[in-house]
Design a protein around this ligand. Structure first.
Ligand SMILES: [Zn+2]
Length: 103
């Protein structure tokens, strides 16, 4: 199976293009499964220029859901690129708990 599991939405602040553009390109290239894995929200003092805020996480999930509905012929997963940084474990656990259990 050909997959691409490292894609971001513009909410991560270092990618351009809407998820639908990535899905269209995946289909053109014969990729069978995409996973959007934006960098996890973190406490505001940690690397804010490279990740979505906590408040942007629900819209991030909605962007991926919208893309899944628009491209039923492509397997599109919701992921999260969660970082380990000492002292932020409880914050990251909270974010992961807010992540829907369905793909
Ligand atoms: Zn990245």
């Amino acid at each position: 199976m050909i997959v691409d599991y490292h894609m971001h939405t513009p909410l991560c602040r270092h990618a351009v293009g809407e998820p639908e553009a990535y899905a269209r390109r995946a289909i053109e290239l014969g990729i069978e499964e995409n996973r959007f894995s934006d960098h996890s929200p973190m406490p505001v003092s940690y690397d804010p220029d490279w990740r979505m805020t906590s408040g942007e996480y629900p819209p991030n999930i909605e962007m991926v859901r919208r893309c899944q509905k628009a491209f039923p012929q492509l397997s599109i997963k919701l992921g999260l690129e969660a970082d380990y940084h000492p002292g932020t474990e409880d914050f990251v656990k909270g974010v992961i708990r807010r992540t829907p259990s369905t793909t």
